[in-house]
Write a protein that binds this ligand. Structure first.
Ligand SMILES: [Zn+2]
Length: 289
């Protein structure tokens, strides 16, 4: 199944549903960042959460960053997404693993910390920052708690990522009641999402998200709307790293230029390396006072 995000209405238009398949995107993140199996599963859930939340952004140029920092073995995990379906991610400890064979997302993520969401301000002012204390470290419940406490947007959420029959599968569902949604519809949605323990099997089995939505929600009335393609995309460039070096200031640049023959900078979102030799650094410093 292609990596996509599906927008749909359920319960005869009483709630908005987003469904995501992120399997290929997470595979790409795993290979670019060298993630361990456990960190892959945690990052997969966070990628889904970030990509789903970014669908609520108004403009394609607005970026949304989701950071989970629970003091677990994986350290801080970060995902940046926009509403065109581009996501990128990074982890403090990409290779973190637990001593036992069992992969536990809460143990890797930890729950002593916060889930933070940073949104670009379209007016170019200070970004909007929302924050919520972690409730479980499993990312799914933390994300749902964030939506209620920080965005006043209750939602039934299911996120999962795991290797099933040697295949990495990752996806999620988020259902948000619309104004006027009845209590009966709310109950139905909760029951549906709580019973979604075969989410990964469904993603593996169906040809498209639309087909999966119709199959899983036919009995509560479902209307698929548009789909958005999802992909891992890092927008780093030599020019951006030049700007970052310039922001260090003249003295720092010159000391780098004299200390090292080559200064290598590695992008933390895609591991691409950019090398600046001492002459290039001196040239950058020339323009600065
Ligand atoms: Zn990059």
């Amino acid at each position: 199944m292609k990596d996509q995000i599906l927008h749909a209405l359920v319960c005869d238009g009483q709630a908005a549903m987003l469904m995501i398949n992120a399997s290929e995107t997470v595979k790409e993140a795993k290979s670019l960042l060298g993630l361990s199996a456990g960190v892959t599963n945690a990052m997969g859930r966070l990628i889904c959460a970030g990509a789903l939340l970014a669908q609520r952004n108004k403009n394609e140029s607005e970026k949304l960053t989701l950071i989970i920092n629970g003091q677990g073995a994986a350290g801080k995990l970060l995902v940046t997404a926009d509403n065109s379906g581009c996501v990128k991610a990074c982890a403090d400890e990409p290779k973190a693993a637990l001593p036992s064979e069992e992969i536990s997302i809460p143990a890797l993520v930890g729950k002593n910390g916060q889930l933070t969401v940073v949104r670009d301000n379209p007016l170019g002012k200070e970004p909007y920052v929302g924050m919520c204390n972690l409730v479980s470290g499993d990312i799914t419940r933390d994300f749902a708690a964030y939506l209620v406490t920080s965005e006043q947007q209750p939602a039934a959420v299911a996120l999962d990522c795991d290797t099933v029959n040697d295949k990495l599968i990752c996806g999620g569902i988020m259902v948000m009641p619309l104004p006027g949604c009845s209590n009966e519809a709310l109950d139905l949605i909760d029951k549906k999402i709580s019973a979604m323990n075969d989410l990964l099997a469904k993603l593996d089995y169906h040809l498209s998200l639309e087909e999966m939505a119709l199959d899983s929600f036919w009995d509560v009335g479902v209307k698929p709307l548009e789909t958005v393609d999802l992909r891992y995309y890092c927008d780093c460039s030599r020019d951006r790293f030049e700007q970052a070096l310039i922001s260090l200031g003249r003295e720092e640049l010159l000391s780098l230029a004299y200390e090292e023959e080559d200064t290598e900078i590695c992008c933390r979102f895609c591991n691409k390396k950019y090398v600046f030799d001492s002459e290039q650094l001196k040239n950058l410093a020339k323009g600065l006072k």
